[in-house]
Design a protein around this ligand. Structure first.
Ligand code: SAM
Ligand code: SF4
Length: 327
């Protein structure tokens, strides 16, 4: 198992497949002024597989595809098949807005994907299209149903709550777990970059403590569930519920001490910590020196992983936004 200089076990690689997206969530992507990576800058399926093999050889076991919107990659099924075929890949999951899952859920499951996390910020059509802009509740809902019937379970749903956008929805979203064995997780909003999204993230921030209080006032006490320390979500159950309500609180309760992850950007950089700018280029090394070079860089990337974020001092990732790192 790869250990960093602070003795954390880093065994989870989040692979961003693209910086493009079919939505423009207000806290993630601006509508105007975006320039996406040209195709030749993206890692190819063979290159992604080479990085994953190198990661397994140094002890990584968990892999997740993200983006941008990973389902926009035309070669997604090829990529998933290549990674799932690698001996030593334990968990293989994907984070998605779910819109393309009605067509993709079955082929993805057949290619070896185990499960998906689907992003759903509201059940209210107008509020959803205000926060996720081009998103529609019924599209995402069909994606959730497709994932469930393809066996991409347990279904985990994620919402980012922004005051004045969807904070009225938290009770209804948490209540989804009463009848269904789904996990519903509330992710605290974080600032990235210098543009309008980071302004929304700072001005409309609402803590998970407040969200939790609102849920408990209406739906009763949340009982804590035992958890794995490297799981960023603190998990609870509502009275009589089948599913799980989770809180991911990087801002109010940082979990950097237990962080087990490394990120690979779509343009082939190891991004060492979500909320810091430190990166190491592997695409050039891979293209010029082959897969052995990746293993060495990955070992260094693990070693030099920052101790944690410094959001409370106003320090966060300036060079990239969430969609360019892979959330
Ligand atoms: N497009 C996919 C999706 O939305 O699930 C995958 C990529 S998206 C960047 C991954 C996750 O990051 C989503 O759950 C999204 O809500 C979350 N996210 C995006 N911007 C964020 C921000 N500023 N703070 C906290 N979470 C954010
Ligand atoms: Fe796209 Fe996901 Fe960012 Fe929303 S959060 S804009 S769906 S990448």
């Amino acid at each position: 198992m790869p250990l960093d200089q602070y003795n954390r076990e880093i065994d989870y690689l989040r692979i961003s497949l693209t910086d493009n997206c079919n939505l423009r969530c207000v806290y993630c992507m601006p509508i105007n002024g975006l320039k996406f990576l040209p195709p030749e800058h993206l890692l190819t399926p063979a290159e992604i597989a080479a990085v994953a093999r190198a990661a397994v050889s140094v002890g990584f076991r968990k892999f997740r595809f993200t983006g941008g919107e990973p389902t926009l990659r035309q070669d997604l099924i090829d990529i998933v098949s290549r990674i799932s075929a690698i001996d030593g890949v334990g968990d293989l999951a994907m984070t998605t807005n779910g819109i393309l899952l009605p067509e993709l859920a079955r082929p993805l499951a057949a290619a070896g994907l185990r499960r998906v996390n689907i992003h759903l910020d509201s059940l209210h059509p107008e509020r959803l299209s205000r926060i996720m802009r081009w998103g529609r509740v019924e599209q995402i809902w069909k994606g959730i149903e497709a994932a469930e019937s393809a066996g991409l379970t347990p279904i985990k749903l994620n919402a980012v709550i922004a005051a004045g956008y969807n904070d009225h929805d938290v009770v209804e979203l948490a209540a989804l777990t009463i009848q269904r064995d789904w996990h519903f997780r509330f992710v605290e909003m974080m600032p990235f970059g210098n543009g309008e999204c980071s302004t929304v993230a700072r001005d409309q921030y609402i803590s998970n403590l407040e969200i939790r209080q609102r849920i408990e006032q209406r739906l009763g006490p949340l009982s804590p569930l035992p958890g794995d320390p490297s799981d960023e979500s603190q998990n609870f159950r509502l009275p009589g519920a089948r599913g799980v309500v989770g809180f991911i609180s990087p801002v109010s309760e940082p979990y950097c001490d237990h962080c087990n992850r490394m990120r690979l950007t779509a343009d082939g950089k190891f991004h060492l910590c979500l909320l810091n700018d430190d990166e190491m280029d592997i695409k050039r090394q891979l293209r010029e020196h082959g897969p052995d070079a990746v293993r060495e860089i990955l070992r260094k990337a693990v070693h030099f992983k920052p101790v944690g974020h410094r959001l409370s001092e106003g320090h966060f990732t300036r060079n990239r936004s969430m969609f360019q790192i892979g959330g």
